[in-house]
Ligand binder design. Structure first.
Ligand code: NAG
Ligand code: NAG
Ligand code: NAG
Ligand code: NAG
Length: 504
């Protein structure tokens, strides 16, 4: 009985031992089959050199040599590929020169004109009647509003300040964030004047060219001959609505902007219809907005400008094939600005100035669009008087002083991808314009056309990058796309077959 039990125990122990042994053997076979599989891959793969690592006949020294060579090749392959990628991201575009000027249409520069007398007396009288402003209060308030509407970085100190003004503002409940609305409401948009004599219009012979009221850093001004979209208009920037249809402009043939070419020797247009005794004019590229510090002076006569243009254009595929950081320029519709729904370089500088003002004076002037989710605080007129004149040159030149006299630029604005450089050859007063046209204005007359033009081009596209990486991999390793497919194939389908027991 006891012996029987002993026998059984011995049997169980023996069975256990054999089972354990079998298990060990299976585990020991696993790494070997993996190594075998990798060796199989090395033998068959497309990267030259791997084969020699697993060749049975070679001595260790030879194998070592091949290993070193492989590592050197892979290292240089990676270095060259990275430099191709860097080239793709940072140096893939360049600016070339075009000379076939016979076929170009060049857009004439834009003119922005700010009338120096801003408010409309009829609208103002109406506003005073509605708000119960009478007598001397009316004159004081007119003076205040007129100067507020005429204010910019150079003349904030001219805004009058008195207890009477404070009283009126308190009575009618005028908050700083409504300054611009009131100024807009009390300014008559003279492009809608029914009388042609007084209407602000842009003409070239019998043709009208589109002109509109815009919101600038110098208040409400008029812009003619522009290529910017309707978002750049006072109504859109203040209220978010496109300008109303102007039926007077459509009475004649209407052009959005004038172009000229080599075969038309002299092209000109005139912006007239300012009843204000004086105007301030800015001439700039048709792809840009005015720069408040680059005016042609305050004149009570008209001006004739004879500019010289040089355009910079872009290849059609530039926008599709590159990102902003690759080409280092922005198109009109690629805005990343907060206050403006479109992009130009000068608008970016305006936003920069606005941010600087917000930083230095803790509020922004009323003439900036502020229809954003977290509107910035708008300065009341006292802050405009007290804080801004101190920093005039900081604002105009966009720098900040920190510590000692060290100036730092406060922002970086990308260029416009499409733009033109306007150089003034002559700017003469347009004498007798008042007698001739019954109003003052500006004339732009282009007599010489550019014979060079710059063009932004893509010289290293995504295809080039692929070819370059593929070429590098081929040069250093003999590697190719099908080789990559082979790797995937080997370690998926082949692996499954192998583990199921089918071997080649
Ligand atoms: C230039 O303008 C003319 C007439 O205005 C037009 O026929 C031509 O197609 C334009 N050329 C280009 C390159 O846009
Ligand atoms: C508007 O400002 C300009 C520049 O400071 C000044 O010359 C002009 O007289 C001002 N207009 C009025 C009506 O005060
Ligand atoms: C400006 O005019 C519009 C429409 O006429 C009116 O709704 C708005 O309240 C006015 N704004 C101010 C601040 O008076
Ligand atoms: C817009 O982009 C530029 C660079 O592309 C950057 O420097 C700037 O800060 C951006 N502006 C905003 C408001 O995000």
């Amino acid at each position: 009985m006891y012996q029987n039990i002993e026998n059984i125990t011995r049997d169980i122990v023996r069975i256990n031992q054999t089972l354990l042994l079998a298990k060990h053997a299976r585990y020991r076979r696993w790494p070997r089959s993996i190594i075998h599989f990798i060796a199989l891959y090395f033998n068959n793969c497309c990267i030259h050199g791997f084969r020699y690592l697993v060749k049975a006949m070679l001595v260790v020294f030879e194998k070592f040599l091949w290993l070193v060579l492989l590592f050197v090749s892979i290292y240089f392959c990676i270095v060259v590929c990275l430099s191709s990628i860097d080239r793709y991201y940072t140096k893939s575009t360049h600016i070339g020169l075009e000379r076939n000027y016979y076929f170009w249409n060049t857009t004439l520069p834009s003119v922005t004109i700010c009338p120096m007398h801003r408010l409309d007396s009829a609208l103002f009288a109406d506003y005073c009647r509605k708000n119960g402003i009478k007598g001397t209060q009316k004159t004081v308030f007119w003076d205040f509003l007129e100067n507020l509407a005429n204010s910019t970085y150079i003349n904030f100190q001219n805004i009058p300040e008195s207890d009477q003004i404070d009283q009126i503002i308190k009575d009618i409940g005028l908050k700083p964030e409504h300054y611009m609305d009131v100024i807009y409401n009390l300014t008559f948009d003279s492009t809608y004047d029914p009388f042609e004599q007084n209407r602000t219009r842009c003409v070239d012979g019998q043709t009208y060219i589109h002109v509109r009221q815009v919101l600038t850093e110098y208040g409400l001004c008029y812009l003619g001959n522009t290529r910017l979209g309707l978002m750049y208009s006072s109504r859109y920037l203040i209220f978010g609505k496109y300008p109303e249809f102007n039926k007077y402009e459509h009475q004649r043939k209407l052009l959005p902007h004038v172009e000229g070419s080599f075969f038309v020797p002299d092209v000109e247009y005139t912006v007239v219809g300012f009843t204000s005794p004086a105007i301030d004019s800015y001439i700039h590229s048709a792809y840009e907005v005015m720069k408040v510090d680059a005016n042609f002076g305050y004149t009570s006569d008209g001006m004739v400008f004879d500019p010289y243009l040089e355009e910079i254009t872009a290849e059609d595929n530039l926008e599709r094939h590159t990102t902003v950081s690759m080409r280092k320029c922005r198109f009109h519709h690629e805005s990343n600005l907060t206050h403006f729904p479109f992009y130009t370089r000068n608008v970016c500088m305006q936003e920069c100035r606005l941010n600087l003002a917000y930083k230095l004076c803790k509020c922004i002037p009323h003439f900036y669009p502020n229809r954003i989710t977290n509107p910035k605080k708008v300065c009341d007129y006292k802050t405009l008087r007290s804080c801004f004149p101190r920093y005039t040159s900081n604002f105009l030149q966009l720098y900040e002083k920190n510590g000692s006299d060290k100036k730092t630029r406060v922002c970086y604005c990308e260029q416009n991808c499409i733009d033109s450089v306007v150089t003034m050859r002559t700017a003469l007063p347009l004498l007798d314009s008042k007698e001739l046209l019954q109003s003052i204005g500006c004339k732009v007359s282009v007599k010489r056309w550019p014979q060079n033009r710059l063009k932004r081009q893509v010289i290293f596209s995504l295809t080039d990058l692929l070819v370059s990486i593929g070429g590098t991999a081929g040069l250093f390793l003999g590697f190719s796309v099908l080789g990559l497919v082979e790797v995937l194939y080997f370690f998926t389908i082949r692996l499954i077959w192998q583990s199921l027991g089918y071997t080649l």
